[in-house]
Design a protein around this ligand. Structure first.
Ligand SMILES: Cc1cc2nc3c(=O)[nH]c(=O)nc-3n(C[C@H](O)[C@H](O)[C@H](O)COP(=O)(O)O)c2cc1C
Length: 190
């Protein structure tokens, strides 16, 4: 089974990337395949709220998001990954999520046969890291992730959330959480 990961962290070698490398190890050890897309490398404009997708189910903005709609359609497992920025996901992750409005329109407005499928076997997960340890630090981002998966027709499979990691390199030192991430990877493909 293939797992498609959208990493919203702009920091190369950052905590999200390191955590995802452990998830990837788990996926691969369970016989799965993983593709990690670094959203900061792509050109994804914010949603313009033009209403175009309400009529067609297709986004009028022509940029790298076009390829991602196609990729989403081809997999049964997705991970949205992002560090916490101001109690939410990063701007890169949020632009990607907002552009899924085209898929929301297909599902809730157009309900087009053949272009839309609500498949209970398709599951989406959320992976996140945050510097602080506040009780509610992930609440906003988890809500965004859950609503994103509803919009694109995926069930919500759960989250892997790591508090208290900030500087580059801190994630790798949290050996128990890295082992937990590997187990998380195994679980999502089995
Ligand atoms: C612009 C910005 C906003 C942030 N906001 C929060 C926050 O609200 N709460 C928190 O716990 N950490 C916050 N952080 C810290 C990051 O979540 C933390 O450094 C994380 O480990 C970064 O992950 P990365 O290395 O994958 O980019 C913020 C960092 C930045 C750069």
């Amino acid at each position: 089974m293939k797992v498609l990961v959208f990493n919203g962290s702009p920091r190369r070698g950052g905590n999200t990337q390191v955590l995802l490398s452990a998830v990837a190890k788990g996926v691969e050890s369970a016989g799965g395949e993983i593709e990690i897309i670094r959203l900061a490398d792509l050109n994804i404009s914010p949603c313009q709220s033009c209403g175009g997708c309400d009529k067609t189910g297709i986004c009028v903005v022509k940029d790298d998001m076009g390829l991602l709609y196609e990729k989403i359609d081809q997999v049964k497992r997705i991970i949205l990954a992002s560090p916490i920025y101001f109690y939410g996901v990063t701007a890169q992750a949020k632009a990607f999520v907002d552009r899924s409005q085209a898929l929301w329109s297909r599902k809730y407005i157009l309900k087009k046969k053949g272009e839309w499928r609500d498949d209970a076997d398709r599951l989406g997960f959320f992976v996140s890291v945050a510097a602080t340890k506040g009780e509610k630090v992930f609440d906003g981002a988890v809500l965004t992730a859950k609503y994103f998966y509803d919009a694109i027709g995926f069930g919500y499979g759960g989250a892997l959330l790591v508090k208290g990691v900030d500087k580059r390199g801190e994630m790798a030192k949290a050996v128990d959480r890295m082992a937990q991430a590997e187990e998380f990877g195994r679980r999502i493909v089995t």
